[in-house]
Each structure stands twice: as structure tokens, then as C-alpha cells.
Design a protein around this ligand. Structure first.
Ligand code: PLP
Length: 362
């Protein structure tokens, strides 16, 4: 099968180097070799996430940890901040976990603002909230620092934050933010194959989890902490993924985190410029556009150019690149292009050349 390079917002393109690391010889997960591997990446993950807490490795997609966070931390009532397909779904997941849940819904493309959360939390009804930092379905980033600042006013509310499509591409300092859970699947900006999630929990979250009777086993935060202290995971992890993560983290630090963030800003700007050049506007509210993908208007809002998105996608695919045709209720009226992971100005230029050519034919 011909290789079609992924520019969808996850999974993203995986490098040959990463695949090679994935194929390292297998080791036992209770042996010294594994402990050494985990102990080697632990400080790298802590630096990346700006935390002194232990960073956990979950063999699951992000939803495993998202559901786990609800089961570990919500006892009274959970506030689900909703602004797109992924954040909206967290409300259903909360209810499916048997939790009392309330929706804080804003229009798709709008960010969640601290003021709206403050009004809800002021009722005193909630002991947890879920927030998606970078809502991938709409390409919208919410102001995390502004929201996290509310934690001081509501110390007993557990702030659970999904950074699936932003972690490692933008600076996220867990301890400084003062939130309770930060999680990501590694098939997005980390550019690993799907199957591994990383997360970190605050001391308060761990203390609260210990009191949750129905937190289950596979995603029990207390088990993760206990095992991580010995550089282990509760159950057999996907060891190939952890080798790949180790290799990836070496690449992050060889490049430099600041350079990595700057590269994502730059490659993202290239897509924005491409869209503007062709008369497209972006879907998110101005000032809240994602830095890891662009959700391009294609009829969802007035004033933007409209093309046959399926045809554009097909024309681009024929040249070896896969872009996304829009997600959920804005499928077709938007399309999405990812710049996350290993993309550079040079690789983005090859994509842009293909997009330009396709625009001449669509
Ligand atoms: C991709 C994505 C998810 C879902 O991740 P899975 O790995 O499929 O569980 C959740 N949240 C956001 C913001 C995402 O981009």
C-alpha cells in the first residue's frame, strides 16, 4: 500500500526513528531493565510537564485516563466544560460512570472562559470539573492559565484537564498551574503510534482517589502512584511504546523545548497563511485558535471560501497526504490540517505545495 502521510489531527505521522525504537527487544515489566527505562524517562517527563509529581504511563488511549479521572475524582457532582466533540463526549462518559454531571456548554469554536466556570462553581455543587485545553474537533484552545487560576478560589474542586492535542507542543507547567490532573494520548503531538497515554495527578487528587470506593482497578490512580514509585506500572504496559517514548523524549530535549514550541507556532502559522491566501477563514473565535492544527472554515461561517472538501481531501491524498474532512456536526463545513509532531517548515512546504495544486483543481 502506498504511504499516505498523515496531516490529520491524530494519529499523526510516525518517524522511522520512532518505529525503530518501538522494535527494541522485549523485556519483562517487573525486571531491572524496565525499571531503568521508566526511571530514565521519568525526569524527562517531569521536566516536560513542569512537575515534581511522578508522571504515569497508561496503556490505553486517552479516553481510558479521561474516564479514570472521573471515576477516581468525582464524588459529588462533576462540571463538564463543553465546546466541541471531545469535550461534549466527556459529559456522556461522566453519566455512563454513574456520576451526577452538569454541562457547561459553549458554542463550538468558542473557548471556555474562567468567568463561566466561576459562576458554576460558585453554587458549591461541584467537586470536579473536566476541561479540554485544545479542543481538536474545532481547533480551539481555551485559556488554561486563566481557568487554572480559579483553583485558588475552589481548592476542593478537582480540575481535570485533557491536553491530548497540545501536550509537548505548547508549554504546560503542571505544578505552576496548580491543577489536579493533566493527561494526553501520545498519538497526537508526541507523534507516537496510538496506544499509550501519559498523565500526572496532584497530591490532593491522589488523596481524594484513595477515598473513592468505586474507582476500579485498571485506572486506579493510587495503584499508578504506588507502582510509579518503583518505576513500574500497575499492569503489563505496552513496553514498545515506552521505548518509543524514551526515544522521542531524547529528540525533544536534543531540539530544546522552547525550540519545539516555536517550531509548532511557526508551522501552524504556515497553515494559517495558506488558508488566508486562498480566501479561507478559521473556525475558532479569533484569538483562541489552536497552535497544533487549523480548523478551516468551509461554509460553517459566512465570509469564507467554500470548496468541495471531500474532493479537496481526495486531490491531496492522490499526492500522498491525508488531511481531515471535518469532525462531527461540522464535517464538510470545515476541514482540518495538523502541524503537530515532527513537522518542520520544510515538510510543511511540501504539504502546502500539494494543497496549492489541489486548490487549482477542486
Ligand atoms: C484525540 C483526542 C481524544 C481522544 O483520544 P483517544 O486516544 O482516541 O482516546 C481526546 N481528547 C482530545 C482533545 C483529542 O484530541
Amino acid at each position: 500500500m502506498a504511504h499516505v502521510k498523515l496531516h490529520i489531527p491524530g494519529p499523526v505521522e510516525v518517524s522511522a526513528n520512532t518505529f525503530q525504537a518501538l522494535c527494541s527487544p522485549m523485556i519483562g515489566h517487573r525486571g531491572q531493565g524496565f525499571k531503568d527505562l521508566y526511571a530514565k524517562i521519568q525526569p524527562q517527563l517531569q521536566t516536560l510537564l513542569g512537575t515534581k509529581q511522578l508522571v504515569y504511563l497508561s496503556t490505553s488511549s486517552a479516553w481510558g485516563v479521561m474516564e479514570g479521572a472521573v471515576r477516581n475524582l468525582a464524588q459529588k457532582k462533576i462540571l463538564n466544560c463543553m465546546k466541541g466533540a471531545f469535550s461534549d463526549k466527556w459529559f456522556d462518559v461522566s453519566k455512563k460512570c454513574g456520576k451526577q454531571a452538569e454541562a457547561l456548554q459553549v458554542e463550538w469554536g468558542s473557548p471556555i472562559r474562567a468567568e463561566a466556570i466561576d459562576r458554576k462553581l460558585a453554587t458549591g455543587e461541584f467537586d470536579a470539573l473536566t476541561l479540554i485545553h485544545n479542543e481538536t474537533s474545532t481547533g480551539t484552545m481555551s485559556p488554561l492559565a486563566e481557568i487554572a487560576a480559579l483553583k485558588k478560589k475552589y481548592p476542593d474542586v478537582m480540575f481535570i484537564v485533557d491536553a491530548v492535542s497540545s501536550m509537548s507542543a505548547v508549554p504546560l507547567k503542571f505544578d505552576e498551574l496548580g491543577i489536579d490532573v493533566l493527561l494526553a494520548g501520545t498519538q497526537k503531538a508526541f507523534a507516537l503510534p496510538p496506544g499509550l497515554a501519559v498523565f500526572v495527578a496532584s497530591p490532593a487528587a491522589l488523596a481524594k482517589a484513595a477515598t473513592a470506593k468505586d474507582r476500579g482497578y485498571y485506572f486506579d490512580f493510587v495503584e499508578f502512584e504506588k507502582n510509579a514509585k518503583d518505576s513500574m506500572t500497575p499492569s503489563t504496559p505496552s513496553i514498545p511504546h515506552i521505548y518509543a517514548l524514551s526515544s522521542k523524549l531524547d529528540e525533544f530535549f536534543a531540539e530544546g523545548l522552547e525550540q519545539r514550541y516555536a517550531r509548532h507556532r511557526q508551522t501552524n502559522q504556515m497553515v494559517r497563511d495558506w488558508a488566508a491566501k486562498h480566501g479561507f477563514t478559521l473556525f475558532p473565535e479569533k484569538g483562541f485558535e489552536s497552535l497544533t492544527l487549523c480548523c478551516v472554515n468551509n461554509g460553517a461561517r459566512p465570509g469564507s471560501r467554500v470548496v468541495d472538501a471531500a474532493k479537496l481531501q481526495k486531490l491531496v491524498k492522490e499526492q500522498g497526504f491525508l488531511i481531515d474532512g471535518g469532525y462531527g456536526k461540522i464535517k464538510g463545513t470545515t476541514f482540518r490540517i495538523s502541524n503537530m509532531g515532527d513537522e518542520t517548515p520544510a515538510t510543511m512546504n511540501t504539504l502546502i505545495a500539494a494543497l496549492d495544486k489541489a486548490m487549482g483543481q477542486v
